[in-house]
Ligand binder design. Structure first.
Ligand SMILES: [Zn+2]
Length: 92
């Protein structure tokens, strides 16, 4: 008995070896690490507060306009809140 019940089957050594070779499997990062990194990139890249109040928490929103112009009529740009991480669009 292995203590994990009768349905437990250990994976074969070959399968485990292949699984370990999968790049993403070995380089998983935490959600917090990802979010912290992305947040830094967004704010360091082009922080531009736009004078608009966040609808969720009331802090001033940022325009994060690089690569995020929505070609609607009229065009819109992506907005982001550093306080609560709200995202949305505003008309240009
Ligand atoms: Zn907010």
């Amino acid at each position: 008995m292995n203590g994990k019940g009768d349905t437990y089957r250990p994976v074969s050594k070959d399968y485990a070896k292949k699984y370990d070779q999968i790049e993403w499997r070995r380089k998983l990062i935490s959600l917090e690490t990802w979010n912290t990194g992305r947040r830094k990139i967004i704010l360091d890249d082009n922080p531009k507060q736009n004078g608009i109040k966040c609808p969720d928490c009331g802090l001033e929103l940022y325009d994060i306009d690089r690569n995020s112009i929505l070609t609607s009529l009229p065009p819109q740009t992506k907005i982001w809140c550093d306080g609560c991480h709200y995202t949305g669009f505003r008309v240009l």
